[in-house]
Design a protein around this ligand. Structure first.
Ligand SMILES: Nc1nc2c(c(=O)[nH]1)N[C@H]1C(S)=C(S)[C@@H](COP(=O)(O)OP(=O)(O)OC[C@H]3O[C@@H](n4cnc5c(=O)[nH]c(N)nc54)[C@H](O)[C@@H]3O)O[C@H]1N2
Ligand SMILES: Nc1nc2c(c(=O)[nH]1)N[C@H]1C(S)=C(S)[C@@H](COP(=O)(O)OP(=O)(O)OC[C@H]3O[C@@H](n4cnc5c(=O)[nH]c(N)nc54)[C@H](O)[C@@H]3O)O[C@H]1N2
Ligand code: SF4
Ligand SMILES: [Mo]
Length: 689
């Protein structure tokens, strides 16, 4: 056999969605490179995926179906055939569905971002079955909603424009770790003389490379944005023409912003009034000079009570100063809505019945709930794919208790025996991106992406879609959409009637690997916001109708020393657990070379906070609150501001010395908007072990 190169796509939950070139030698993938011709990938991969063959050919890959023979969580399994697995699952789900199919719950997130191996066939199956719906809110729903109220759609500055900016705010993101290819553009902007400012409670890898770092308290970003508005308005650093033509509610906003003078903001955010004033002035002055003034707002800041409102406030800033006029200005949260996904064809929502929706962030509580008129039936079965909830869902003491229920039937489709797979009744081996076909939209650039299968499935692994096709057939579901091939699904993924995707054609996309959407360079240079008013909404009537303050506001964290004094006296330290550079959520933790680089679970703590607790660098510490505890090795460092501890995540529990991770202490409380997770809204105490 000859050596071939196959065009593929990185499937991971990362905004960069890189174009890959896979070298295949005699049926074996020998190397994975970044496509040098794809403009955003530019031939560069992160440390994780540069070693992709290590993950694909890992000795621990699940290669056959398994059934549990030990206790739940113990990890003892024996091999079974696919036929036995499908028969067992069909019988069990059939029996539950005969009483109430809503007792069956899918649990999935973005293990793969592929539109085919993600929700397409799975959603069709669960819709026909009548299972509960899952609200996939664990990551971005709050910020996405706040942004949408303001700007209309998750559309923003083209990342390929960032190198032309003169001022860049990296707000609640750590792109060196989690958005490498945007960072490459930011670096280029810096080389061309741009100033880059990080707004982050933690001196992340990125913050330390910026010219300025504003280390505010977690969960206070909404107040900082209000303070910026106050200064911009007081100093008249406003693009009055843009505001008049393309925004709503400027007069009301003036009154609201006046409530947030720099001193008040400084106290709320734990920074100086000078920092607020200078930030606002530099921002407004550069924009009014017509320079590219870009905000990269990421999801870090919306994992708190007021996360939706915080993103909403920040999303108002570019319109105030007219930053959208310059293609290198504006704001970028996500590019998701630039893609004309054909959800109807992919997921067939028309097949769904009116059923309840389970929020994936409260799976801990919900697994432990009895049947009731409000809740509906007790959860009797969980089908988990593309996710590792026992490691990633909040308040994992409860999650584990739920998964340990003897009367719960759990199926897990996975590449590896994760913390979650240990609780399964049946574990099924899934193919990886190198072994199946898929098509991708992204949330960090503007290219439609095709993934060709590079190698044959390993062992008896099957694509997620094939599992659902087999199960549907065994359960007697005969809707033709339940037997559609992956290729057919991919070919329907984008809506050609949308002007952005008129040129979409699966056959040619497969050959080229990537194709840019037809979008303008500067999306809102002349307005055109897809809000109810067609304008950027400083005042949002929709928010009022939905029960929110219609104007930018500050919603304090649930758990902070300032917002909850009694909790704060018991647990005085705020804890955040943002992504580690060498892991992708909990994926890659089991790749030895990457785990070796991260070392072991750490907790960064400020020298003063450490001294007060007699904690020395390298000590093992216990981090705890009323929900639980976990252990980590202390790093005494002023990277963490005073009053804050940072545990980079997400470790597999079974690979930590104490069998636990940061989610022992995180909370199931939800964000202001769209039921999002509040992973970074947590108070803890830390003690030397
Ligand atoms: N290497 C790597 N890359 C990843 C991931 C990963 O796990 N590892 N995860 C992927 C996923 S799922 C996502 S959603 C994306 C985006 O992931 P995000 O969750 O947006 O993560 P980061 O870009 O790491 O940025 C988070 C930053 O926000 C900061 N932060 C925490 N709380 C606050 C706050 O209240 N205010 C402000 N201003 N900052 C705060 C943290 O200190 C951290 O530096 O990254 C993706 N890329
Ligand atoms: N403490 C704390 N917790 C967090 C976060 C945090 O910052 N701090 N971040 C949160 C965020 S932003 C997110 S997005 C979630 C992420 O949570 P998840 O989406 O659960 O992400 P992963 O932990 O990467 O788990 C994905 C799993 O899917 C599997 N997988 C990959 N591809 C396939 C496939 O094709 N088929 C099948 N069947 N399986 C596949 C992988 O092997 C992996 O085990 O975690 C959240 N949890
Ligand atoms: S994880 Fe992100 S940066 Fe790494 S290869 Fe995948 S898309 Fe690119
Ligand atoms: Mo995420």
């Amino acid at each position: 056999m000859t050596i071939t190169t196959v065009r593929a796509v990185c499937p991971h939950d990362c905004p960069d969605t890189c174009a890959l070139l896979v070298t295949v030698d005699a049926g074996v993938a020998t190397a994975v490179r970044g496509d040098p011709d794809h403009p955003t990938t530019a031939g560069v991969l992160c440390t994780k995926v540069a070693r992709y063959t290590e993950r694909t050919y890992h000795a621990d890959r699940l290669l056959t179906p398994l059934k549990r023979i030990g206790k739940k969580g113990e990890g003892k399994f024996e091999r079974i055939s696919w036929d036995e697995a499908i028969t067992t699952i069909a019988l069990r789900l059939g029996a539950i569905a005969a009483t109430d199919p809503q007792a069956i719950v899918p649990y999935s997130y973005a293990g793969t971002m592929g539109l085919v191996q993600g929700e397409a066939m799975a959603s069709r199956f669960f819709n026909v079955l009548g299972a509960s719906q899952l609200h996939r809110s664990i990551c971005a729903s709050a910020g996405g909603t706040g942004y949408t109220y303001t700007i209309g759609k998750r559309i923003g500055t083209d990342p390929e424009q960032f190198q032309n900016a003169k001022l860049i705010l990296i707000w609640g993101g750590n792109p060196i770790a989690s958005n490498l290819h945007l960072w490459m553009r930011v670096q280029e902007a810096k080389r061309r003389g741009a100033k880059v400012i990080a707004i982050d409670p933690y001196r992340s890898l990125t913050a330390e490379k910026c010219q300025q770092h504003i280390a505010l308290l977690p969960g206070t970003d909404a107040a900082l944005a209000l303070g910026m508005m106050q200064v911009l308005i007081a100093d008249d650093l406003i693009d009055h023409d843009y505001v008049a033509r393309h925004t709503t509610g400027f007069e009301e906003l003036k009154v609201r912003a006046a409530e947030w003078p720099p001193e008040r903001v400084a106290t709320t955010c734990g920074i100086s009034a000078e920092e607020v004033i200078t930030l606002a002035r530099e921002y407004g002055q550069a924009a009014l000079r017509g320079e590219g003034v870009a905000i990269r707002v990421n999801y870090g800041l919306q994992r708190v009570h007021g996360g939706g409102m915080a993103v909403r406030n920040i999303a108002c800033l570019p319109a105030l100063v007219g930053a959208w006029r310059n293609a290198a200005g504006g704001i970028l949260l996500s590019t998701s809505d630039s893609f004309a996904k054909n959800k109807q064809a992919l997921e067939r929502p028309d097949l769904a019945r009116p059923v309840r929706t389970i929020n994936m962030c409260s799976i801990g509580d919900d697994l432990l709930r009895e049947a009731s008129p409000e809740f509906g039936p007790k959860i009797a079965a969980l089908i988990v794919y593309n996710s590792n909830p026992v490691a990633v869902a909040p308040e994992s003491g409860k999650v584990m208790q739920g998964f340990a229920r003897e009367d719960l039937f759990t199926v897990v489709l996975e590449h590896f025996q994760t913390d979650t797979a240990d609780y399964a009744d049946i574990v099924l081996p899934a193919t990886t991106q190198l072994e199946h076909v898929d098509i991708h939209a992204t949330y960090g650039h503007l290219y439609m992406m095709a993934n060709n299968a590079a190698i044959a499935p390993m062992g008896e692994a099957k694509p997620n879609t094939e599992f659902f096709r087999l199960l549907a057939a065994r359960m007697g579901f005969d809707d033709p959409c339940l037997s559609e091939s992956d290729e057919t699904i991919a070919a329907s993924a984008f809506d050609k009637s949308n002007p952005r995707a008129v040129h979409f054609d699966w056959e040619s996309l497969k050959r080229t690997g990537w194709q840019k959407l037809a979008v303008p360079d500067a999306p809102f240079a002349d307005g055109g916001f897809e809000t109810p008013s067609g304008k950027c909404e400083f005042y949002s009537a929709q928010m009022l109708a939905d029960g929110f303050d219609p104007l930018p506001a500050y919603i304090p964290p649930y758990e902070s020393v300032a917002s909850n004094a009694s909790l704060g006296s018991k647990y005085p330290l705020a804890m955040i657990s943002p992504p580690a550079r060498n892991f992708l959520n909990s994926s890659f933790v089991n790749v030895a070379s990457l785990r070796a680089t991260e070392g072991e679970p750490h907790l960064d703590i400020h020298p003063e906070d450490a001294a007060r607790r007699a904690i020395g660098d390298g000590d093992t510490v216990r981090i705890f609150n009323d929900r639980g505890s976990f252990e980590a090795k202390a790093r005494v460092t002023d990277r963490a501001r005073k009053g804050l501890v940072v545990g980079l995540s997400i470790w597999w529990k079974k690979m930590a010395a104490d069998g636990k991770n940061a989610n022992e202490v995180t909370s199931q409380r939800l964000t202001d908007m769209a039921g999002g997770a509040t992973f970074y809204d947590v108070l803890v105490e830390v003690e030397k072990k």
